[in-house]
Unconditional design. Structure first.
Length: 84
């Protein structure tokens, strides 16, 4: 019978390990909203309406500070470099 060497251990690090309680709650609600049929069906229309009511810059700022901050490393190169 052959003896197999033990597998190397891998330290698992949670992607949420560095988040504050506020950030975890924010992410929870964003993930829940994005999984809802209402959000999936009406989010594009809501963004288009927001562009008309509030303008492109304000709408994009709101998106970047909520869901955009969770799903991207940053908007500009300097913001991406801070994440590393």
């Amino acid at each position: 019978m052959l003896h197999k060497p033990p597998m190397p251990t891998v330290t698992e690090v949670s992607p949420f390990a560095r988040d504050t309680t506020f950030e975890l709650i924010k992410k929870y609600f964003i993930y829940k909203a994005m999984g809802s049929n209402f959000f999936i069906n009406y989010s594009l229309a809501a963004v288009q309406l927001s562009y008309k009511l509030f303008g492109i810059h304000l709408t994009n700022s709101i998106i970047e500070s909520t869901g955009g901050a969770i799903f991207t490393g940053g908007v500009t190169l300097s913001s991406v470099k801070r994440v590393q």
